[in-house]
Design a protein around this ligand. Structure first.
Ligand code: HEM
Length: 401
């Protein structure tokens, strides 16, 4: 228990907006957690984030977050009410198990060639131009094309699918405008509609693809409702788009900013997995996971109070000097890379699609390194978001065509 009158520090909104890494570094040195001026307690150290991600006293937020924003029904609310990410206990297990089985490692290995085809077609489409805005032209598209291929979406439906997903994701961004929220609601309804059509086709087809296998597993496993099945697929889309976009931009930019490491990856493709892991450590696509504390929790001699929104900050933990030497250096050759796995969370909600995410990042990097070894960084991206999904600004790259 907290036995003296020490005060938990408050991280000012302006400080964290200016440089979240610096703000976390400052408080991590002296405190296991801090309070965000914008709301929530943020846990800062690798050991605590790892341990607490498995602690049942921290629970997923269920429908608390949309309810706070006044959203209590509709297609966005459905995502929180019926999805695995925000569920606890038995409901979480029922929703997660069939998806996790459908996403078995073998299925992902079989799927890599489709991701490669998508990545190569994106590069082919702009090769003659000699430059591309990487965030929108490559990194935003690759994960959606990968999901479309995984779902067996007909080609002609892919452009609208991309647009609807981008609009739906607006809801999950900080400071979304009222207009953005209304568009997100509409887009979520459209995503639900196109997935319903797709699912109906799969029921009839009984093919051997990922979605058909998932549907068979979901139906057979504790009989998920139609809405639950639909929403787990929507969560796959939400979980697998912006986080991957940000990570794809971050890994390319960080390697190009450290040219000798980019050259090393181009010369030796076996370095690709380490480059992906180091980039996820250095600039993770997800900043942290959000929970609610159901009891007081002691950390060292401090007490995290019950009834609080708690952010387990992988973004801070992945630069913890107690675990990583020279944590603010980008170094694909570091020896402590296993600990960077925290980028995918931990405990019961650990990323259900980690293998799929890694495959996209590895294939995306391999294709860029093979096709464009002379790539140069023309505009350095900035990354924002320090609670959940992180976003990237534009990132222009060029090459000799
Ligand atoms: C850069 C790649 C990725 C990163 C860094 C990442 C990170 C994470 C993290 C930290 C969590 C835990 C969230 C929590 O505990 O609240 C998570 C869960 C999840 N992720 Fe990922 N992810 C990535 C890629 C993907 C992809 C490609 C998909 C889908 C195709 C996906 C789907 C999901 C889903 C559905 C969950 C919820 C799991 C559950 O609640 O049991 N993620 N991810």
């Amino acid at each position: 228990m907290l036995t003296d009158d020490r005060v938990v520090p408050v991280i000012a909104a302006a400080d964290i907006e200016r440089d979240a890494h610096a703000a976390f570094r400052r408080y991590r040195a002296t405190h296991p957690f801090a309070i965000l001026e914008t709301g929530g307690h943020v846990v800062l150290r690798h050991e605590d984030v790892t341990r607490l991600s498995r602690d049942p006293r921290l629970q997923a937020t269920e429908t608390a977050i949309p309810a706070q924003g006044g959203v209590t029904a509709g297609p966005l609310f459905d995502i929180f009410q019926h999805g695995m990410l925000t569920a606890n206990g038995q409901a979480h297990g029922r929703r997660r198990t069939p998806m996790s089985r459908a996403l078995a490692a073998q299925a992902i290995d079989d799927f890599r060639p489709a991701v490669r085809v998508a990545a190569e077609s994106l590069i082919e489409g702009c090769h003659r131009d000699g430059s591309i805005e990487l965030a929108s032209g490559f990194a935003a598209r690759l994960p959606v094309l990968a999901l479309a291929a995984m779902f067996g979406l007909p080609d002609q439906e892919v452009p609208e699918f991309i647009q609807d997903i981008n609009e739906m994701n607006e809801f999950f961004r900080p400071n979304a405008t009222a207009r953005g929220m209304a568009d997100a609601e509409l887009a979520a309804a459209k995503v639900q509609y196109s997935l319903k059509k797709l699912i109906a086709r799969k029921w009839v087809g009984q093919a051997d693809d990922f979605l058909s296998q998932y549907l068979a597993l979901a139906e057979g496993y504790q009989q998920l409702s139609g809405m639950e099945i639909l929403i787990q697929i929507v969560q796959l889309i939400i979980g697998g788009t912006e986080s991957v976009q940000t990570a794809l931009v971050a890994q390319t930019a960080n390697l190009l900013l450290n040219r000798s490491q980019w050259m090393a990856v181009c010369d030796d493709p076996t370095l690709v997995p380490a480059a992906v892991s180091e980039s996820l450590r250095f600039e993770p696509g997800i900043a942290g996971v959000v929970r609610v504390s159901t009891e007081d929790i002691d950390i060292d001699r401090w007490t995290l109070p019950a009834g609080q929104l708690v952010i387990l900050s992988s973004m801070s933990a992945l630069r913890d000097e107690r675990v990583f030497s020279r944590p603010d250096d980008f170094n694909i050759f570091r020896t402590e890379l296993a600990a960077s796995n925290l980028a995918f969370g931990g405990g019961p909600h650990k990323c259900v699609a980690e293998a799929f995410g890694r495959a996209e990042l590895e294939v995306g990097l391999s294709v860029l390194a093979e096709r464009l070894p002379g790539l140069t960084l023309d505009s350095r991206p900035a990354f924002s978001g320090h609670v959940f999904v992180r976003r990237t600004t534009e990132c222009r790259v060029s090459w000799q065509s």
